[in-house]
Design a protein around this ligand. Structure first.
Ligand SMILES: *[C@@H]1O[C@H](CO)[C@@H](O)[C@H](O)[C@H]1NC(C)=O
Ligand SMILES: *[C@@H]1O[C@H](CO)[C@@H](O)[C@H](O)[C@H]1NC(C)=O
Ligand SMILES: *[C@@H]1O[C@H](CO)[C@@H](O)[C@H](O)[C@H]1NC(C)=O
Ligand SMILES: *[C@@H]1O[C@H](CO)[C@@H](O)[C@H](O)[C@H]1NC(C)=O
Ligand SMILES: *[C@@H]1O[C@H](CO)[C@@H](O)[C@H](O)[C@H]1NC(C)=O
Ligand SMILES: *[C@@H]1O[C@H](CO)[C@@H](O)[C@H](O)[C@H]1NC(C)=O
Ligand SMILES: *[C@@H]1O[C@H](CO)[C@@H](O)[C@H](O)[C@H]1NC(C)=O
Ligand SMILES: *[C@@H]1O[C@H](CO)[C@@H](O)[C@H](O)[C@H]1NC(C)=O
Ligand SMILES: *[C@@H]1O[C@H](CO)[C@@H](O)[C@H](O)[C@H]1NC(C)=O
Ligand SMILES: *[C@@H]1O[C@H](CO)[C@@H](O)[C@H](O)[C@H]1NC(C)=O
Ligand SMILES: *[C@@H]1O[C@H](CO)[C@@H](O)[C@H](O)[C@H]1NC(C)=O
Ligand SMILES: *[C@@H]1O[C@H](CO)[C@@H](O)[C@H](O)[C@H]1NC(C)=O
Length: 571
């Protein structure tokens, strides 16, 4: 029942319609600009939140595409060359973004929005793209293989999304890429063996699910200045080629992996290194003296490994060092005056939980920019040098769990910015002077388990910012100020037991049970363990017994969370 004449007339109408359509858009460039505008409008209509700045994207403004917000045009073709939609709170997906008309697009940047769904494979049609930034969104699924068709790409960031699956090996085909950031996703290892990206200058795989050995291809990326493999599950040795080949490195972040073995002496070849972060691995060598050749280092983090041996004196050359973190290793020896005298830019020195010994050198007083000084859990001995009073910027001083003796030096009380003062578990003797009340910013004061004696100064009530005070296990006498607590609105923890302190009238009733101590004034405040010598022997014995019990049930104290330097994860 096929009618040939009808078919012919249909063809004619179709042809006529086509001619009509073409006549509507006389110029080819104009037509593609219009197609692009239509494509953007179509996409905008699918967004569940389209921000006010995109109001210029409208049908009534169709002819002014090149003046639309976030759009730039190439001056020759008058078509879209750049789309820059950073931080506009765009909420939606790219599923309905028609990429096909954007043949001249060189830059597509939607960093920091709420775009979810998958990365459409059609993005591979943007053949002139040099800059693709989809970072800080909610993209999920795997990285589309089609991204490897974008052979002009120089910058690719998919940082901080919810991407998973194996990194497509085809990405190795991006011959011009200089900046590659796949950090903060859930990506897994490809077979790295045929990867080759020698043009890379910036590479981050930080915070993914990567395992096995250090990807070998990286050691051929000789132009790298920034390398971040942190927060993965890499194992094995750090290849020596990293240190001999990557001589332009300024930042090397390998922290929180399972790298083993040594820090090779060839590290001294990284002359441009400013930031070296090898924290929380299983490195078990000594610190090579050649590290002292990296004189531009400002940040050195080797904490949480199995490093042993002494600190090489050559580290004294690190005159720009601002943050030195060596804690939680098995390092030993002394912190000598020569070693530290050049470190005048130091803001944070953390060597806690090692086996350092000897005196704390008076030269520490020259490091006048110090804000954090953590020497706890070592075997430092001798007395606290009075020069520590020069460190006017100090916010946190922790010398606890050492073998320090001698008195508290007077200049200590000049450190009026101090928020944390932990000196517990030493052999410090002498008195707590009234000047303690000058440390009005103090939040944590822990002098427990020392040999302090004399009266508890009443000025202690002046420290109104105190949240925690622990004087347990000294030989203090006198009375706990009657208004103690009243003027300390934030006080959450107080422990005075195992002294010879005497409480006020109400102090007595606080002792026997937890409940009554809580009921006084403010139930956040726990004043317990007041042993009262004025009472009869029997009373003392009773109270002692009860206090001992409440010690166990109520006064189990963890090391308070200390303010540390904020370490922003890379990027
Ligand atoms: C951002 O978008 C959400 C919708 O996803 C909307 O509820 C919110 O008001 C927007 N915030 C701003 C600052 O525009
Ligand atoms: C994107 O997020 C919105 C809001 O949470 C959700 O309703 C929608 O299903 C998500 N879309 C995709 C493709 O995951
Ligand atoms: C991201 O993915 C993880 C699992 O891969 C899932 O648990 C999580 O809910 C996702 N988050 C968002 C915001 O989609
Ligand atoms: C990379 O290796 C995989 C298998 O490991 C292979 O299928 C693929 O063809 C290789 N690609 C290139 C570009 O060599
Ligand atoms: C490395 O950088 C130099 C200088 O910028 C450049 O000439 C060279 O082509 C780069 N190497 C690669 C493989 O991109
Ligand atoms: C890094 O490792 C340390 C020690 O294992 C751990 O405490 C810390 O939470 C890890 N950091 C992150 C961001 O996972
Ligand atoms: C360091 O660890 C490696 C492997 O984990 C081991 O073979 C080596 O003997 C260790 N070296 C030292 C100095 O402990
Ligand atoms: C060290 O840093 C300074 C200042 O940032 C810079 O001018 C110099 O070139 C750097 N030296 C090396 C060897 O990178
Ligand atoms: C301090 O650093 C400078 C420059 O790096 C160096 O010449 C000098 O020897 C260092 N001083 C000490 C005591 O190591
Ligand atoms: C400490 O403060 C006192 C005044 O309280 C002052 O006399 C003394 O010079 C200061 N010491 C230092 C080292 O600044
Ligand atoms: C420090 O405290 C003492 C005793 O409480 C006081 O006499 C002195 O004026 C205070 N010094 C400063 C600088 O506040
Ligand atoms: C500090 O405490 C003492 C004794 O309790 C008191 O006389 C003095 O006025 C207080 N100083 C300040 C500044 O509060």
């Amino acid at each position: 029942m096929h009618n040939p004449s009808m078919a012919a007339s249909q063809k004619l109408y179709a042809a006529l319609f086509h001619v009509l359509l073409l006549s509507l858009f006389p110029l080819n460039a104009k037509s593609s600009a219009r197609t692009q505008a239509e494509a953007l409008l179509q996409w905008k209509s699918t967004l569940s939140f389209s921000p006010p700045p995109l109001s210029s994207w409208s049908r009534s403004n169709l002819n002014n595409l090149c003046k639309w917000t976030a759009v730039s045009c190439s001056s020759t073709s008058r078509t879209v060359s750049q789309i820059n939609l950073r931080s506009l709170n765009i909420t939606g997906t790219l599923a309905h973004f028609n990429f096909t008309p954007f043949t001249d697009l060189t830059r597509f940047d939607i960093q920091n929005n709420n775009v979810n769904g998958t990365i459409p494979s059609a993005i591979g049609s943007l053949s002139k793209l040099t800059h693709l930034d989809l970072s800080v969104n909610f993209f999920e699924g795997s990285i589309p293989v089609e991204i490897s068709q974008l052979t002009e790409l120089q910058y690719l960031s998919l940082y901080s999304n919810n991407l998973s699956g194996i990194i497509p090996f085809q990405l190795a085909n991006l011959p011009k890429v200089r900046h590659l950031d796949l950090g903060a996703n859930y990506l897994e290892n490809p077979d790295w063996s045929n990867f080759s990206m020698p043009s890379l200058e910036y590479l981050s795989f930080s915070l993914n699910e990567l395992t096995a050995e250090f990807p070998h291809f990286i050691t051929n990326c000789r132009n790298l200045t920034f390398l971040d493999l942190s927060l993965n599950k890499f194992t094995g040795q750090i290849p020596e080629l990293v240190f001999t080949n990557l001589g332009k490195l300024e930042t090397l972040n390998l922290y929180n992996n399972s790298f083993q073995g040594n820090i090779p002496s060839s590290i001294g070849q990284l002359k441009h290194l400013e930031k070296l972060d090898l924290r929380n691995n299983a490195l078990n060598s000594t610190i090579p003296p050649e590290l002292g050749l990296c004189t531009n280092l400002t940040y050195l983090a080797l904490a949480g490994n199995h490093l042993s041996g002494e600190l090489p004196l050559s580290l004294s050359n690190l005159a720009k060092i601002a943050d030195m973190g060596l804690s939680d290793n098995s390092l030993s020896g002394e912190i000598s005056p020569t070693l530290i005298s050049n470190w005048t830019k130091l803001i944070s020195l953390q060597v806690q939980n090692n086996s350092f010994s000897g005196n704390i050198p008076p030269e520490i007083g020259k490091l006048t920019m110090l804000q954090y000084l953590f020497l706890y859990k070592n075997t430092f001995s001798g007395s606290i040098p009075p020069e520590i009073g020069n460190l006017k910027e100090l916010l946190s001083l922790d010398l606890s769990e050492n073998q320090l003796s001698g008195p508290l030096p007077r200049p200590l009380w000049n450190l009026t910015n101090l928020q944390t003062l932990n000196l517990f578990s030493n052999n410090i003797n002498g008195k707590i002077p009234p000047e303690v009340g000058n440390l009005t910013m103090l939040q944590i004061l822990d002098l427990n388990t020392n040999q302090l004696h004399g009266e508890l100064p009443q000025t202690i009530s002046n420290i109104t910012s105190l949240t925690s005070i622990n004087l347990f296990g000294n030989n203090l006498s006198g009375r706990i100020p009657s208004d103690f607590g009243k003027y300390m609105p934030s006080l959450e923890y107080a422990r005075f037991s195992y002294n010879r302190l005497c409480g006020e009238g109400e102090g007595l009733s606080q002792c026997p049970t937890t409940d009554s101590s809580k009921s006084s004034k403010d139930n956040k405040k726990v004043l317990i363990g007041v042993i009262v010598p004025v009472c009869g022997l029997l009373v003392i014995a009773t109270i002692f017994a009860v206090c001992y019990v409440s010690e166990k049930t109520n006064c189990l104290m963890k090391r308070p969370k200390l303010p540390r330097m904020v370490r922003v994860p890379s990027q």
